[in-house]
Design a protein around this ligand. Structure first.
Ligand code: ZN
Length: 502
């Protein structure tokens, strides 16, 4: 049979465009469900999302897809870069999905959806025993799936690969062990210093003004409100609905400053990534972040390295005081800067500071690796958790609700996801080092509010590529290096040695 490639590629692209449209509709339905949907709409909405997800899934594993992939793969050498990557990605999804028997996949979806509601009640009632049998089943099924997929080295590698292509246990073990030692050393020094007063952050901050200030800072960063919007949800998130429509949410607490402002900046960092992807990738699955870790590097970079820097507030603290004269009028820049950067071992991951955050991730990573490798049992997790907290943080959670039950991820079967958060911090520091190499007067630019110039650098070096380059490729291209925690360690040591006079 003679294949006409000039027709085949546009047909393949239009097939993918249709799948992209389904995902776009799903993203909008999900965004609406979390922002504006009336409560009683949940049943119908879940059905609509399930129908569209099912359609997109069937397209990804169809005979039509198989035929596209067969024909295009035989021409791999002569394909343009974008089409070649589309074929590679589609093939990976196709193979992965086809390896799971459909009835087992459906059983897993049903199990995790039930487990999420069981987990929510168990966390509320500090009742690990009720959740444990569900978690055991989820772990068993995940290990079953790992066998279907196959793996090299450690079975956990194939789970990591879903969120961070190419990441392995041996790389993470190495990176994390160095980072853990350095973090604990820094923490020990900080703990000998006087406590920082954070009471100023718990004064009254009018939610309307928090919103206005969040919007102001997002505009300063270069977030395009003509191509996005800011809404309020219980848990902040960013979502790319389609080209020209990347939305973010935040949460306003009247008596806590940090959540809304730093939440908005964090999600804004995710959104700038998606808003900055090249037009060349529109209507394809490559029009997205390349991995969870690289995505998180963009949000952490803006939230911590820029918006928790002294220079940033040298520029914007005066503005902030005008928004909140009653709460911040009597607070100096130095007091404010120390409060927003306080380091304090805490029980809850999502409330953790820059220094202790990665320790929370390493704890979860060790547990996941042990569960998937078959070295740990679910019933032992509460004790393992307490032991690790005692050893690394010097504190112990009185309840499992504030311990092993605190995160939603395991009830949804999302093993392999947690490391992305720490990878984001590590990549962010590596990117920041490259940025300072290219713009040696970076601090001066931040101090003068020249944030769009930073955004432009990120756009040219990272954002425009979307998922065209893999995480290790983009890291290599920008920094010339492979993954390395040293830039993060030196950033943390430098920043907190100055702050705490170590
Ligand atoms: Zn994030």
């Amino acid at each position: 049979m003679c294949v006409n490639y000039e027709e085949l590629i546009p047909q393949f692209r239009s097939y993918l465009k249709k799948m992209t449209d389904y995902h776009s509709a799903i993203a909008l339905l999900e965004w609406d469900a979390r922002t504006h949907m009336p409560k009683k709409g949940i049943r119908g909405r879940s059905q609509a999302i399930a129908t569209l997800s099912g359609e997109a899934f069937r397209m990804s594993v169809s005979d039509q897809m198989a035929s596209f992939l067969d024909q295009l793969e035989s021409q791999q050498g002569s394909l343009d870069q974008v089409t070649a990557r589309l074929v590679e990605e589609s093939k990976k999804t196709y193979e992965r999905s086809r390896k799971i028997p459909p009835d087992r996949y459906e059983a897993f979806v049903a199990l995790t959806s039930e487990a999420e509601s069981v987990w929510e009640v168990a966390r509320g009632e500090n009742d690990f025993a009720t959740f444990a049998p569900y978690l055991e089943k989820i772990v068993d099924m995940t290990r079953e799936f790992v066998d279907y997929w196959g793996y090299e080295g450690h079975p956990y590698n194939t789970l990591l690969d879903q969120y961070e292509v190419g990441m392995t246990v041996s790389v993470l073990d190495d990176i994390f062990s160095g980072l853990r030692t350095e973090t604990v050393m820094l923490l020990n020094k900080i703990e000998k210093k006087p406590l920082v007063n954070t009471g100023i952050l718990e004064r009254y901050y009018d939610p309307e003004k928090q919103k206005a200030f969040s919007e102001f800072i997002l505009r300063e960063m270069g977030y395009d409100f003509e191509a996005g919007r800011l809404d309020e949800t219980a848990h902040p998130f960013a979502t790319g609905i389609a080209d020209g429509d990347v939305r973010i949410t935040t949460h306003y607490y009247p008596n806590f400053f940090n959540a809304a402002i730093f939440g908005s900046i964090h999600e804004g960092g995710h959104a700038l990534y998606e808003q900055g992807i090249s037009y060349e990738l529109i209507d394809t699955p490559l029009h997205s972040g390349t991995s969870m870790g690289i995505h998180e590097s963009q949000s952490r970079f803006w939230e911590n390295m820029i918006a928790r820097s002294y220079e940033f507030w040298q520029c914007y603290y005066g503005d902030l005081q005008k928004y909140f004269p009653e709460s911040l009028g009597d607070v100096s820049l130095d007091q404010f800067y120390a409060a927003i950067n306080v380091v304090r071992p805490s029980l809850i991951r999502i409330e953790a500071d820059e220094v202790t955050y990665n320790l929370h991730i390493m704890l979860r990573y060790e547990i996941e690796k042990g569960l998937i490798g078959g070295d740990l049992a679910v019933k032992d997790l509460p004790e393992i958790w307490r032991e690790n907290m005692r050893e690394n943080f010097g504190i112990v959670s009185p309840t499992d609700s504030d311990g092993v039950l605190q995160d939603v991820h395991w009830s949804g079967g999302m093993f392999g996801y947690f490391p992305s958060y720490a990878l984001g911090n590590i990549y962010a520091a590596q990117f920041a080092q490259a940025l300072e190499r290219d713009l040696p007067d970076l601090k001066d630019r931040v101090q003068h509010g020249r944030l769009p110039e930073i955004r432009q650098w990120l756009g040219q070096n990272i954002h425009q590529y979307g998922a065209l380059l893999k995480p290790a490729e983009i890291l290599k291209q920008v920094t010339g290096e492979t993954i390395d925690a040293k830039p993060l360690v030196s950033y943390l040591n430098q920043k907190f040695s100055t702050l705490y006079h170590l």
